[in-house]
Design a protein around this ligand. Sequence first.
Ligand SMILES: [Zn+2]
Length: 617
Amino acid sequence: MTSQLGPPGCGTGSQGRRRSPLPWGSSRGGWMDICLGCYDPAHGCGSDLMFRSLPTLGTVETAKSTPVRDQATRPHRPFARYGSALHLALPEPLRAGERLALEVSYCTGSGPGVCWLTPEQTAGKQKPYMYTQGQAVLNRSFFPGFDTPAVKSTYSATIKVPEGFTAMMSATTWEKQEKDNTFIFKMSQPIPSYLIALVIGDIVSAEVGPRSRVWAEPCLIEAAKKEYDGVIEEFLVVGEKLFGPYVWGRYDILFMPPSFPFGGMENPCITFVTPCLLAGDRSLVDVIIHEISHSWFGNLVTNANWGEFWLNEGFTMYAQRRISTVVYGAAYTCLEAATGRALLRQHMDNTGEDHPLNKLRVKIEPGVDPDDTYNETPYEKGYCFVSYLANLVGDQSKFDTFLQAYVNQFKFQSIMADDALNFFLEYFPELKKKGVDSIPGFEFDRWLNTPGWPPYLPDLSPGDVLMKPAEDLAELWAASSLDMEAVKAVDISAWKTYQLVHFLDKVLQKSPLPDGNVDQLSKRYPKISQAQNAELRLRWCQIILKNNHEAEYGKVRDFLHSQGKQKYTLPLYRSMWSGSESAQVLAMETFSATAPQLHVNVQNYIKKILAGADSVA
Ligand SMILES: [Zn+2]
């Protein structure tokens, strides 16, 4: 494909092709080839080709370059509100073994997968910035393609950028041609389209390990290097020991501008992460372990459709906690897992356990954007299911070996839950013989197809040593007559972030606290109420709102101005909107001030919340 990239307003059609997409000057160009082959020896293939693209993606022209015959083309036909089909009709079906080369020229402007930031929306506030975010089905606003996780391919790209900018992609190799500021990328392993990612900005890098660099705007690079120097390699080595070879070559981390809506996006070779991870104390590295775990689960073995998202996320949560247990021990890992369980509890309380999205296998009807089904269930209920499988095996090292065999069996493929579960039963024939897939109450079918709380919860008691003091302290703060002597006797100065998070989760559960207690709690623990760590700030803001503690509303406003991560932003808007009149005013004011710096999806979800039309919590 010949593609032109330009910020919103670059237009469609031949006019857009000529217009210079400001503020990127004359920058554009790049070639990607779509090569298709017909691999059905018995029947040959059809004559219809359907690509997915968004209306914001203006197709300039579709050139015929098939070596065998001419092809006819038809314009876009709608297939969903979040995209339309670019329909190519071939004059006759492809024969077995035949190959087809297509060239599509198009121009992309605004679109949910292609984010154009003004200098003010970056950390450095000097230069514009662009990045793409493909998951789940957003890359169809980046380039026309099949855009389903069921299809994997390699890719290469040539990206020309203006002077003073650097381009990076999720590619195994890259090089820069200095003479014309052009970057050449090649991804030599097959990946699904949602993992093709591009960033262009004033970004620099620093080495933090033998196969790892951090990338960030110049003003963040020192902090990034300090936070991650020397820690990545250890996670990679442990991951390889547990799950098999790391196949992607390098593992880099890119710290995004503050408006990045996700905690992390596991783009192969270069994970994109929120700058919120620069906590200054290495306390949020579990997000990096999570993204590294996707190198095996998700990127190598991929869910074949978005209704089976738990295969990506449930296995990754399990892998993340295996690595974490090896590196940090069981107590810390169980504490972090308890935080995850609390999020699942919160989600199910908000939606009701029987909500159809609280199943592991979600039915995504045609026309429904998979992103609208996003919630904690595939992560934490998925984790419980994988833990249940491990529990059936009853031996950690045997289950670790199984995971390695699973990755090896399905690497570079896209699979369904049935593939994974059948492989499990084949791998452990004695379990299959015992009929472990149909133990009453724990049937595999129930796990997949029944909404609600997981029938099995892994034992998190090794975390008690860290959790119990936090729970006891929360109990003290919830008492109507505050026992300050008992409170003062608890020293939290050595508590780690997740211990504080657990304490705050319990305080939140018990909120609203008796009058005056939140104010005293705030003064007693500046470590919490003045925290810069995003996980602590989120919880503290939630506590402020649930207790209608207006004196600290400014902290909610500041936090929402400082970042746009979806997992932090939406819960706070939900709390504000379901709170007092003053909280609702705060929501309106904050949204009108911050909307332009938010990702368009996040903007839309907030609009839904403010219109009272929010369906998923
Ligand atoms: Zn993930």
